[in-house]
Design a protein around this ligand. Structure first.
Ligand code: TXA
Ligand code: MG
Length: 366
């Protein structure tokens, strides 16, 4: 607690009062729809919470300030192409401990280390031709690779939760890349939300989830991909997806020209510790594979067959658009007071549909 308090005092010196240039229009999904009074109330609540002045438009000056915050051991939330991350210097265990505390995350759940260029990969991990090939092909992008740690560097023990492996990704977002580069260190960053709540795809959602537990939030607008990165285990010859995400199984198979396996959550097989944890669930009853709404249900549609639906993840049936809208729509559906339950249309089990269905099933399961 002491370290965290002194860290905050220290980092606040870098964030002068009154430089928050928050712009509401940037921080919401581009696709707007009008819902009801409850959603409007939620928006007003967002605007009130921002009086804490934590959100900053991610221009060059603010990214520079944010890198100074990282250098002194502070926590910065920043946009990536997938979801917003809560970042700290990977080599500073006190700062990394601050991430676990801010999120209420168990320390057995390792964090992804973010780098700004693929050439940084060998600093952290033992690489091989498969890893180098995937880095070349898909970075920067929504691919996280799990590899053996290069050396047992004790300062990385907390980031890696004591595991012999490390997960690494190079995000495809100019703000994230610049922040990592200027910070002069890889940045450990889980999704910028309280543990077991939904990943944020806007700066406002970060603020609402983490409130005062973050020193600075860089606002780069809504995340384009909208679901988290695909995590691939490369520690065995069998390439296995531990978490479906923004890079599809089909893209990986085509690139490697070999079958890609899916982790089935069996504890005897490799998996991401985080996949075992209780996951975000809407507070409302949540029905999946629904073809229409029943009484008291808010229907979240997908595709052109539902012209009258209030919410449609993608009217044209575009899985990319659906992934980008998913978390924001689930959050809004949960906040609306007009309906007691939520029903979600079926999503095809191909491409990004794998990641979307994973998140939806886990939400419905809890
Ligand atoms: O898109 C993303 O991946 C976002 C952005 C911010 O980069 N990050 C993210 O981090 O989703 P997080 O911490 O919310 O989820 C990372 C998952 C967790 O389930 C964790 O258990 C798993 O990655 N993980 C991290 N290191 C691992 C490792 N060495 N082996 C297996 N799983 C690992
Ligand atoms: Mg997360």
């Amino acid at each position: 607690m002491l370290e965290v308090n002194s860290r905050l005092r220290c980092t606040r010196a870098y964030i002068k009062e009154g430089i928050c240039l928050y712009d509401c229009t940037l921080a919401r999904p581009q696709k707007r729809f009008s819902l009801d009074k409850a959603s409007h109330r939620a928006n007003l609540r967002h605007e009130r919470t921002n009086t804490m002045g934590k959100i900053f438009i991610a221009d060059d000056e603010r990214i520079g300030r944010a890198s100074a915050v990282i250098k002194v051991g502070g926590l910065v939330a920043f946009p990536t192409e997938t979801v917003y991350g809560l970042g700290a210097n990977v080599y500073n265990p006190h700062a990394v401990a601050g991430i676990f505390k801010a999120k209420g995350r168990p320390t057995f759940n390792p964090l992804i280390s973010h780098i700004w260029h693929k050439d940084q990969l060998p600093d952290l991990a033992k690489t091989d031709s498969r890893a180098s090939f995937l880095a070349e092909k898909f970075w920067p992008g929504p691919l996280t690779m799990v590899l053996p740690r290069k050396e047992q560097n004790p300062s990385l023990d907390l980031v890696c939760a004591g595991l012999p492996n490390i997960s690494i990704r190079c995000p495809n977002h100019p703000v994230a890349l610049k922040l990592i580069k200027l910070s002069n260190c890889p940045i450990a960053a889980p999704s910028a939300n309280r543990s077991q709540s939904i990943s944020p795809t806007t700066a406002l959602a970060v603020l609402e989830s983490l409130e005062d537990n973050v020193d600075m939030i860089l606002d780069g607008g809504p995340c384009a991909v909208g679901v988290e990165s695909t995590i691939v285990d490369l520690t065995t010859p069998k390439t296995t997806i531990l978490r479906a995400g923004g890079l599809t199984k089909e893209e990986l198979e085509e690139a490697l020209n070999e079958p890609i396996y899916l982790s089935d959550g069996n504890p005897n097989r490799p998996t991401s510790p985080g996949q075992m944890l209780k996951h975000y669930a809407p507070s409302k009853k949540f029905r999946i594979n629904a073809l229409s709404a029943e009484k008291d249900e808010l229907f979240i549609a997908f595709g052109p067959d539902f012209p009258d639906a209030k919410m449609n993840l993608s009217k044209t049936g575009d899985l990319r658009e659906a992934a980008a809208n998913l978390f924001a729509y689930m959050r809004q559906a949960d906040e609306t007071m007009e309906y007691e339950r939520i029903a979600m249309a079926p999503i095809p089990e191909t491409g990004l549909g794998l990641a979307i269905n994973d998140r939806i099933r886990r939400a419905a399961r809890n």
